[in-house]
Design a protein around this ligand. Structure first.
Ligand SMILES: Cc1ncc(COP(=O)(O)O)c(C=O)c1O
Length: 440
């Protein structure tokens, strides 16, 4: 039996009624990718308020790699909520914080002592990582990448590249942020071709150190191993190692932003494992706690200890209920089966997507790693003109037919897939059928 079961048009009457209330009561700032109000979710299946059953290829923007309402996560949350919902780590610390820090320290790459701080969101993790890097190096500048996304708080937003809708009207931004192109070969800023380019996009940093900021003033380079919001851009395999070598030459810390790529999404615990690069600080969020708000900042112990007592933290950071959920997530990732599943999902999605590129001129590029695959849509293949309206139309057609997808890319012309890693093969094919029909 098909998973998608629609009993009304989508959005149905109850969703539409809630939409009217939402418009009256909630500011328009928080964007909604769909007008579908969800009531329940399990695994990869969403039940909306009208009784429609939909397939989820968005996972709440990649936050439920272990599936919606994961049984072990739900049990851990319920048990913990009966015992201690909030202690505030700064007032009366609790073992769960220390225990999960120990697990993260063991899990993050690097053959050196590590320490972990917990916060509530990806943006908070970014903010803390930069504070720590500045305190550890005594330097102020930060290098970030074009098409990168790091969150919506002021410093994270300053590091974020996309102007509309994220930055426009919200300045002034934090100073000492410098930006260079990412390893985005499909839209190379230098009109070069890999590998004959010699990874000019990394080497250009040496030029930046001459023209804009001295290397001795740069605290950190913050990089997503694969661009998330930027459109699932997978850089060449030697891009991150080259960047790592360059940062080491100049005593600059490398912060890996694994908020979207982490926790199994790319077929490994961390995306940096694909290139064996060891960052100084690695941040995670999204799928870390199976849908509960939690983020982590893990790094070299000496670096992490640079800020003094009271310099880091926050009232809710490392909430015990979220930590219990994260421990249940990690238990399920231990045997590696979910990582293998991510790779299997990726093989299926990429096979279908490569066929779409053959069939539909609209599909300009197909790229991804593990279960992080996307199609970039263009109006004209030769000119690579972004097909933003068509992308929005495809996404709309999908949800009207019961498949929730989200878009990405600086030009809004990428459809990305962030389905839970527990999505069954039949469900995957069913969702891909809907996407294929929408593209057709
Ligand atoms: C790579 C990356 N960093 C940071 C963030 C910000 O995370 P949050 O929305 O939890 O603040 C995101 C969110 O999409 C992200 O993809």
């Amino acid at each position: 039996m098909a998973t998608i079961q629609l009993v009304t048009e989508v959005p149905g009457p109850r969703s539409r009624a809630l939409w009217a209330r939402r418009e009256a009561a909630v500011p328009r700032g928080p964007y909604n990718a769909t007008p579908i109000f969800v009531k329940e979710a399990k695994g990869a299946v969403l039940m909306d308020v009208d009784g429609n059953r939909l397939l989820d290829f968005a996972g709440g923007i990649g936050c439920v790699n272990v599936g919606h309402a994961n049984d072990a996560v739900a049990r851990a949350v319920a048990e913990q909520a009966q015992k201690l919902t909030h202690g505030c780590f700064h007032v009366t610390p609790y073992e769960a914080y220390v225990a999960l820090a120990e697990r993260m320290n063991a899990l993050v790459p690097g053959d050196f002592p590590k320490k972990t701080l917990f916060a509530n969101s990806g943006a908070e993790a970014v903010e803390n990582a930069i504070k720590i890097a500045r305190a550890a190096t005594g330097r102020q500048a930060v290098i970030a990448f074009e098409d990168g996304f790091h969150g919506r708080t002021l410093l994270a937003l300053s590091l974020t590249s996309k102007v509309h809708p994220y930055k426009a009207g919200f300045g002034p931004f934090a100073p000492e942020v410098y930006r260079v192109p990412y390893g985005y070969c499909y839209r190379c800023s230098y009109n070069l071709t890999y590998p004959s380019c010699g990874l000019h996009c990394v080497d250009v940093l040496e030029d930046v150190f001459k023209r804009y900021v001295d290397a001795s003033q740069v605290a950190a380079v913050i990089a997503e191993p694969v661009l998330g919001e930027g459109g699932f851009v997978v850089p060449p395999s030697d891009w991150l190692p080259r960047l790592r070598a360059l940062t080491q030459r100049h005593g600059i810390l490398l912060i890996a932003d694994e908020v979207q790529t982490g926790f199994g999404r790319t077929g490994r615990q961390w995306a940096v494992e694909h290139s064996a690069v060891v960052p100084d600080i690695l941040i995670a969020a999204k799928s870390i706690a199976g849908g509960l708000p939690l983020s982590s900042i893990t790094g070299r112990a000496d670096v992490m200890d640079a800020p003094g007592p009271g310099g880091l933290g926050g009232t809710f950071g490392g909430n015990p209920v979220a930590l219990a959920a994260a421990a249940a997530v990690l238990d399920q990732m231990q045997d590696g089966a979910l990582f293998a599943r991510a790779s299997a999902i990726g093989r299926i999605v990429s096979t279908r997507a490569q066929a779409w590129r053959e069939r539909f001129p609209l599909v300009g590029d197909v790229r991804g790693v593990g279960a992080m695959w996307a199609v970039e849509l263009v109006k004209d293949r030769a000119k690579r003109t972004p097909a933003k309206d068509e992308t929005a139309a495809v996404s709309k057609r999908c949800y009207e037919r019961g498949l929730v997808t989200i878009t990405a890319g600086t030009y809004g012309n990428v459809i990305r897939t962030l389905m839970p890693l527990v999505t069954e093969e039949a469900q995957l094919q069913e969702g891909l059928d809907v996407l294929e029909q929408a593209l057709a």
